[in-house]
Design a protein around this ligand. Sequence first.
Ligand code: SF4
Ligand code: SF4
Length: 228
Amino acid sequence: MTENRMMVRVQIMGESYEVPEGSTIIMAMEYAGYQLKRGIGCREGFCGACATLYREKNDYKIKGGLACQTVVNDGMVIAQIPFVPAEKPVYDINELTPDINTIKAIFPTVFRCVACNTCTKACPQDIEVMDYIQALKRGNIERAADLSFDCIRCGLCALRCPAEIVQYNAAILAQRLYGKYLSKKNPQLDKRVKEIEDGKYIEEINELMDMDREKLTETYYNREIKIS
Ligand code: SF4
Ligand code: SF4
């Protein structure tokens, strides 16, 4: 196979580049010489920082995805979004009630939803975004918090919403309301929070802070996951 056959031509931010076939958009951008400081994070599909818009060859549709998860193909046109400048209301969770009145007061835009399902189709996490917005419209905080649990705040839903709703920030509100007022209390959690407040883990945190990248990566992948 010649080297050319292993390369694809893509357009990144208006410039044309040859990049290795099979690269993710992030890998392709770095191969092309971009040094990414904004719009990049974990590189593993969890942090939601690398929302990207792209169009594929011979396709008129503008698609969205995570740059760390989306693989380039020949003729792709790519525009990376450093961040989504979405509205983010400020509130004190201690002064709110977990009901529809809070949603009306803080996210009145939610009630403009026209049920077009564009947000669900735009979501790279396959979250039923429209359904959690509909749950919020009914004041069903628990359902909204549950349906939006896997949201990584990439912003792609809000970018496409014709009603200009910021779904993911409304989801954070639902999750906070649920966590503070509706969820079953877990004494283990209270115990752990108290331990953190008393400084029990300071030494371990400092140890992590002092690790170089290689050691930190190794520690992360070898971590013990306790499920109870
Ligand atoms: S894209 Fe906006 S208007 Fe359409 S279903 Fe989602 S929240 Fe509602
Ligand atoms: S709900 Fe919206 S912000 Fe959350 S992951 Fe899906 S598209 Fe991204």
